[in-house]
Design a protein around this ligand. Structure first.
Ligand SMILES: O=C(CO)COP(=O)(O)O
Length: 248
């Protein structure tokens, strides 16, 4: 099955109204790459101005609360980010697992809540360095997928991102064979859970993706795109990744 490549940025807790100017050149590059989908998740406060500034890009949230509304001080619902202009959200990012103690079950509940509001979802999984060193990477990822992928997930709204924690922000990446191995296992696990719909689900790789390694990573079996942190913050770094995807 042919899956369109998706290059997604994740600004994390970075960016400001001033840096939204980066979106202009990113939107231009996206328009010049009609075969590639381009998306950027930004802090809640930037969703609306980003969506207004770059209507040609998919703008998303980095997290949503699992409840629809209520007494959850400081939290933001899927309906709120959708109203602000988000078309998708990330769920289960490893930084939220580490910093906020989120579990795979939480990620599942957030993904389901986002889908109920019509948002697309990029759900993250990935092992720690200790888990990889102990030879447990495959089992950890399988267990995370088992617990966090909603039953009715399909490629129209659901994307999986494999982000080994030790590769995030470190400049270190797994080998292409290691990436291919985890992505194949993730695809098989999805197939076991959601059947043929698994063939339509994009599986992104994330962790130290930059212009220089994007071409090789994006050409790896079962890698349908990238989830990019640091290199998504400026057009100068992000556009070469979009261009690499367009050449595949
Ligand atoms: O966590 C990531 C994207 O969600 C990856 O971050 P870096 O690209 O900065 O390693």
């Amino acid at each position: 099955m042919m899956r369109r490549k998706l290059v997604a940025g994740n600004w994390k807790m970075n960016g400001s109204l001033a840096t939204l100017a980066e979106l202009d050149a990113i939107a231009q590059a996206a328009a010049a790459a009609p075969g590639v989908d381009v998306a950027i998740a930004v802090p809640f406060t930037l969703i609306h101005p980003a969506a207004v500034r770059a209507p040609g890009l998919a703008i998303g949230a980095e997290d949503v609360h699992e409840a629809e509304s209520g007494a959850h001080t400081g939290c933001v619902s899927a309906a709120m980010v959708r109203e602000a202009g988000a078309s998708f959200t990330i769920a289960g990012h490893s930084e939220r697992r580490a910093d906020q103690g989120e579990t795979s079950h939480d990620a599942w509940a957030k993904a389901a809540a986002a889908h109920r509001q019509g948002l697309n979802v990029i759900l993250c999984c990935g092992e720690t360095e200790a888990e990889r060193d102990a030879g447990r990477a495959e089992r950890v990822v399988q267990a995370q997928i088992e617990k966090s992928v909603p039953d009715h997930a399909d490629g129209r709204w659901f994307t999986l991102a494999y982000e080994p924690r030790w590769a995030i922000g470190t400049g270190r990446t797994p080998t292409l064979d290691e990436i291919a191995a985890i992505h194949a296992i993730a695809r098989a696990k999805l197939r076991h859970m959601i059947g043929d719909a698994a063939d339509g689900v994009r599986i992104l790789y994330g962790g130290s993706v930059v212009g220089g390694n994007a071409g090789d990573i994006l050409a790896t079996d079962n890698v349908d795109g990238a989830l990019v942190g640091g290199a998504s913050l400026t057009a100068a770094k992000f556009v070469p990744i979009i261009e690499a995807a367009a050449r595949i």
